[in-house]
Design a protein around this ligand. Structure first.
Ligand code: 0X9
Ligand code: ZN
Length: 449
């Protein structure tokens, strides 16, 4: 049985069979011929796009060690099964995106080893098609940016410029360029030069589009909200917000593969370092891979990637000067508010405070939208993982309040990272509520004195 399974993975995968007549489609135009099934993608149509027709999402639950070992092997053996996390423990539920040509033998495996499971989605491409229809063309006027659509990097950057031109308290920052030469742009919103600062990192994982959308929402709220509480936060703190710290990856998800996660660094036949495994703090010690083909590849060495170096350099230069006391990393999905550490279950020195602020924030979300967000240290709440930016920011840069948010949807989401655009506004709003709650609770405890 197992031998048969192992062999099955060597079947030739007929993906991209639709690819290219050789025509190079002009970006921004949909009037020219295009391969079947490709969409306008809001002006970034490409003939070379990954497709997920009839890919299924399974959610499996492990009842015994044999099943766990089996699924650990399966993940190692197959690149046509996208695991959203690793098989680790009894009682764990795991979502797996199964390539169409593997559905039969995957279903057989579930039956043979009696795994509890559900099919969450039967055709993942439908989710992607719907999502690509929610993207506005990249050359639209930046004043059209809203929270009912998703936006290209170019549009987001133009919007930052536009907002900075309009509001004198806002300046555009540039951390420097990415691996492929894209700028890593952000903004600083100054209420008063003497204020303590809150740093928001977003989009380190390319496919988590709700993260950059939430970052622009927060910038907009801080600048335009009529709510006195929000105006107070904009006045009493300075905010440094980078909507996309992995611009190469983000662009790639619009132009070539909606499911791309890592940066775009080349390693022979494959690409990409998981930037959230690349930070020099207990680097590559747990929950990360040394194999560049993997989604959680830690990179060839600690801090190897240009995007990591840019962020480290920025924080080192500014943590004292700008008095950065809070670091928030935005991700999706699973609805979690997590604090350090990711690499060990040992507790940080201010564990009790971070726990309390996290619980208050999740209660505030519950009151606002009814959504459940679980709070706790990252290691125990989601899974062990080392080399994350949050651990580095807390342990190495000395930023006392540090959180990683996993935004919507729920852990058993049928959409994985493809959150419907109607959910952008409520998701961003509840994330901002959580941040405000954390900041206000930390202020009461004297963290910003
Ligand atoms: O695996 C991750 O990087 C995060 N989950 S996601 O689904 N958004 O990819 C969780 C946080 C990982 N760990 C650390 N910050 N250490
Ligand atoms: Zn992520």
């Amino acid at each position: 049985m197992l031998t048969w399974l192992i062999r099955a993975q060597w079947l030739v995968i007929p993906i991209l069979a639709m690819a290219s007549s050789g025509t190079n489609l002009e970006s921004g135009s949909c009037s020219v011929a295009k391969p079947a099934g490709s969409s306008c993608l809001g002006g970034a149509a490409s003939p070379d796009q990954a497709r997920y027709d009839n890919y299924r999402i399974y959610n499996v639950e492990f009842d015994n060690e044999e099943q766990i070992e089996l699924f650990q092997k399966l993940e190692e053996q197959s690149d046509s099964l996208t695991f959203i996390g690793h098989a680790r423990e009894i009682g764990q539920k795991l979502s797996i995106l199964v390539a169409a040509h593997r559905v039969a033998d995957f279903a057989d495996l579930l039956k043979t080893y009696k795994l509890k499971h559900r099919v969450l989605t039967y055709n993942f491409q439908e989710k992607i098609d719907r999502n690509m229809g929610e993207v506005l063309p990249q050359d639209i006027d930046a004043s059209k940016l809203d929270w009912q659509h998703f936006f290209h990097l170019k549009t987001i950057y133009a919007w930052l410029d536009k907002m900075a031109a309009k509001y004198s308290q806002l300046t555009v920052l540039d951390m420097g360029t990415s691996t492929q030469g894209n700028p890593i742009k952000g903004v600083k919103l100054v209420g008063n030069p003497k204020n303590k600062a809150i740093f928001i990192e977003s989009g380190i994982h390319a496919r988590e589009w709700i993260a950059p959308a939430t970052a622009t929402y927060i910038i907009n709220e801080l600048l335009t909200s009529q709510d006195p509480q929000v105006q107070k936060l904009a006045k009493e703190y300075n905010w440094i917000i980078f909507p996309s710290v992995n611009p190469d990856g983000y662009k790639y998800t619009f132009e070539h593969d909606r499911m791309w996660r890592k940066n775009r660094q080349l390693f022979g036949t494959c690409r990409g370092v998981d930037l959230n495994r690349n930070y020099p703090d207990h680097w590559n010690s747990t929950g990360s891979s040394s194999d560049p083909t993997r989604y959680d590849y830690a990179g060839p060495s600690a801090g190897s990637e240009l995007e990591t170096k840019r962020l480290i350099e920025f924080i080192r230069e500014n943590v004292g000067k700008e008095q950065i006391k809070t670091y928030i990393a935005l991700h999706s999905y699973s609805q979690m508010l997590m604090f350090p550490y990711g690499y060990t279950k040992e507790h940080v020195s201010n564990y009790a405070d971070l726990q309390e602020f996290g619980q208050k924030a999740s209660a505030a979300i519950k009151a606002e939208s009814g959504r459940d967000y679980v709070s706790g240290n990252l290691y125990e709440t989601i899974y062990p993982s080392s080399g994350g930016s949050m651990d580095w920011a807390h342990a190495e840069a000395g930023i006392p309040i540090a959180y990683t948010f996993e935004l919507r949807g729920p852990p058993d989401s049928q959409d994985l990272f493809i959150l419907p655009a109607v959910e952008i506004q409520p998701t961003a709003s509840e994330a901002f509520t959580a941040i405000r709650t954390i900041v206000e609770a930390a202020a009461e405890k004297g963290y910003y004195k």
